[in-house]
Design a protein around this ligand. Structure first.
Ligand code: FEO
Length: 174
């Protein structure tokens, strides 16, 4: 059984994962408006991945006999000026998510909840990957600077990211 304090904290993280998807859908729209369709596609794939993360929390909360309680999702920021600004914001957002996952792990240890610690281990590894992939693009954008050709090249590269919508259907019982 979940303790009340863990149930609350896991629901808070469920909200954060859904917020991440919401944030990245907004960023996809920013790029789509600018006809940078590869960047937009990359953020749509990222949003789908965040919903997959959310679905893992959803499933785990229920499996532990907890209640899924959906909280209000804040309005994501908008009005970014450059692709670099977007990715820099997103990277900082991922760093915040990492911090929250680490805090959750500390809480699970305090509560002596072994199952939660094993569950969170996947997210700790995932966050290393998440930060690295955002950081990689931030660095490429720094090199590209104002060079339009480099931006178009990067747009093409980002369009190759696989987008597997099936992964968000972990929400189903099957
Ligand atoms: Fe679900 Fe990008 O962390």
């Amino acid at each position: 059984m979940f303790t009340e304090v863990l149930e609350k904290a896991f629901n808070e993280q469920l909200k954060w994962e859904i917020y991440s998807a919401y944030l990245y859908i907004g960023m996809a729209a920013y790029f789509e408006e600018k006809s940078l369709d590869g960047f937009a596609h990359w953020f749509k794939a990222q949003a789908a991945e965040e919903l997959m993360h959310a679905s893992k929390f959803y499933k785990f909360i229920l499996e532990r006999g907890g209640k899924v309680i959906l909280e209000e999702i804040p309005k994501p920021p908008f009005g970014f000026s450059t692709p670099f600004e977007v990715f820099e914001y997103a990277l900082n957002h991922e760093k915040e998510v990492t911090k929250r996952i680490n805090d959750l792990m500390e809480l699970a240890k305090e509560e002596k909840d072994n199952a939660s610690q094993i569950f969170l281990q996947w997210f700790i590894t995932e966050q290393v990957e998440e930060e690295a992939s955002f950081n990689n693009i931030v660095e490429k954008l720094k090199i590209a600077g104002d060079n339009l050709q480099s931006l178009v090249f990067l747009d093409k590269e980002l369009s190759q990211r696989p987008l597997d919508l099936n992964q968000i259907f972990l929400l189903t019982k099957a």
